[in-house]
Design a protein around this ligand. Structure first.
Ligand code: FES
Length: 195
């Protein structure tokens, strides 16, 4: 390599042009510690970095496409239940695909009540005769709005957000709402959205 000098005071990233004895022209760059990097080394590093970035992006995309897709209507997705008028006031209807009960209270409001017991997770059936939910595992009982009547379950049954669009009831079974008590604000009426 012919004379290759970096003048005092030149800062980080200073690029020099020099000529090798075989007339190969290279660009030289000054690093923090004053060492020089040839253009070929710089290009190797750049290509390596680009390769790593491409691999990471490919891996991320692969993971994204390998995720199981939820079909509409399956548990974990939005479940369309049907028209508001299909559910009389004071009724509790099991929606097996959504794993919840649609409870229409006597004032016309709706709750989507998760069928999973808040004690140890058993499925809780609705007892129409006694008008309450009774867990078969340890006998916890809940009201038609999921409120806790007897232990050992520690809290009411969870609920799901309800959307009523064009008089069709839709339930988001991917987002159970944990509650410590029943509150009237949890009840959804036609035309309103429960958050
Ligand atoms: S799992 Fe329901 S009471 Fe224990």
């Amino acid at each position: 390599m012919e004379n290759c000098q970096i003048g005092a005071g030149q800062g980080l990233g200073t690029v020099l042009r020099t000529t090798l004895t075989n007339n190969e022209e290279v660009l030289m760059s000054k690093q923090n510690n004053g060492a020089l990097i040839s253009r070929s080394d710089f290009l190797k590093t750049a290509w390596s970095a680009a390769g790593i970035i491409a691999a990471l992006e490919f891996g991320g995309l692969s993971l994204f496409y390998m995720q199981p897709r939820l079909a509409e209507g399956e548990f974990g997705s939005i479940v369309s239940v049907g028209p508001v008028d299909d559910f009389p006031a004071g009724s509790v209807t099991h929606i097996p695909d959504g794993r919840f009960y649609l409870s229409r209270l006597k004032d016309g409001g709706f709750l989507a009540i998760y069928q999973r017991c808040t004690h140890l997770g058993c499925n809780v059936p609705w007892d129409q005769t006694q008008e309450k939910f009774t867990c078969p595992c340890h006998n916890t009982q809940f009201t038609a709005n999921g409120e806790l009547l007897t232990p050992p379950a520690p809290r009411p049954l969870d609920i799901f957000p309800i959307f009523i669009e064009d008089s069709i009831i839709k339930v988001d079974t991917g987002n159970p709402i944990v509650r410590q008590n029943f509150d009237p604000s949890q009840v959804v009426y036609s035309g309103l959205i429960n958050k």
